[in-house]
Design a protein around this ligand. Structure first.
Ligand code: SF4
Length: 307
């Protein structure tokens, strides 16, 4: 049994090797896809559903609530697909649990790469699990618009601030600061980077008021205490770092969440002091090494020693 860190519900993650477990995986697909998206049973269950295909199923108190499948696609690659979480269980990290358990199994089976035909709306979800888009072309699969994504199995991952990763605008001021260091871009291209924004994970909007650490709290320049939101986002960053077993983190300097050497002093007078953001503090407390974006060369040396 595994404890779900977001909801505290007890969720069981299973490799569906027996018939009753497969029945659970199928039932989630019937409820979550056939009924919800009006996909016929014939279209949902294709020629790839058979004895050679592997299934993951997640149970909540004995009832199936999420699933995915994977199969040998040839050339050392497997394809993951049919990832379904029942509507009332979405937003609780169960999809990631299913994919990560599949990935463990895939590694044990000796495959080198995983491919997924991701719905366009799910590209960000798979990026957080280390997949990268390998063909920008959008194609139609059933009722969905999809992009092809892949990842290498067993590649050491790096957690990074999402504003450095680029793509989605997440900064408090609505601005963008994508990192252009060639090594960082190479890592991004390889699918090595896991982008996370603790403040967005904490439920805060973009743009949002400037905030600073003030003692044990985080305060917005407009007055409200936002410690709860920052703490929630920091815990999610730690959860993702653990879930992806990252080698280390590269976080945006000076932020009240991501700063690793300096932060603003809490007076909103543009004064920096030595310190760290809340997410970085929790990542370090959990044992993760954190670099600032100005130390990418040092991070590259560190990675070289781990490879
Ligand atoms: S919380 Fe971190 S990742 Fe998000 S915008 Fe601020 S510095 Fe970037």
């Amino acid at each position: 049994m595994e404890q779900d860190t977001i909801t505290n519900n007890t969720i069981e993650v299973m490799r569906a090797e027996e018939e009753w477990q497969r029945a659970g995986a199928y039932s989630v697909r019937i409820e979550g896809m056939n009924r919800q998206h009006h996909i016929s049973l014939r279209d949902e269950f294709d020629e790839l559903d058979g004895p050679d295909t592997k299934y993951i199923v997640l149970l909540d108190d004995g009832y199936p609530v999420a699933t995915c499948r994977f199969f040998d696609a040839g050339g050392g690659m497997v394809n993951i697909g049919r990832m379904v979480v029942l509507p009332e269980y979405r937003g609780r990290g169960l999809g990631a649990k299913a994919i990560l358990e599949a990935e463990k199994w895939i590694r044990e089976l000796g495959f080198e790469r995983i491919g997924v035909d991701s719905r366009v709306v799910a590209v960000g979800f798979y990026e957080k699990l280390g997949f990268r888009v390998v063909d920008p072309e959008v194609y139609i699969s059933g009722p969905f618009e999809c992009k092809r994504m892949e990842k290498e199995v067993g590649m050491l991952k790096i957690l990074v601030s999402e504003c450095l990763y680029g793509g989605r605008v997440v900064r408090y001021d609505g601005g963008e600061v994508p990192e252009t260091h060639p090594t960082f871009l190479k890592w991004k291209e390889e699918g090595r980077l896991i982008p996370i924004c603790p403040e967005v994970f904490g439920g805060l909007p973009t743009p949002r008021p400037d905030s600073q650490r003030v003692g044990d709290k985080v305060m917005a320049s407009t007055g409200p205490d936002v410690t709860e939101e920052y703490t929630k986002g920091a815990l999610e960053a730690v959860r993702l770092a653990k879930e992806n077993d990252v080698a280390f983190c590269i976080m945006k300097q000076d932020s009240p969440s991501c700063g690793s050497k300096f932060i603003y002093d809490g007076t909103f007078t543009d004064t920096k002091i030595p310190g760290q953001g809340l997410a970085v503090e929790m990542l370090r407390d959990a044992g993760f090494k954190v670099f600032a974006e100005e130390d990418i060369d040092e991070a590259a040396e560190y990675l070289k020693k781990l490879l």
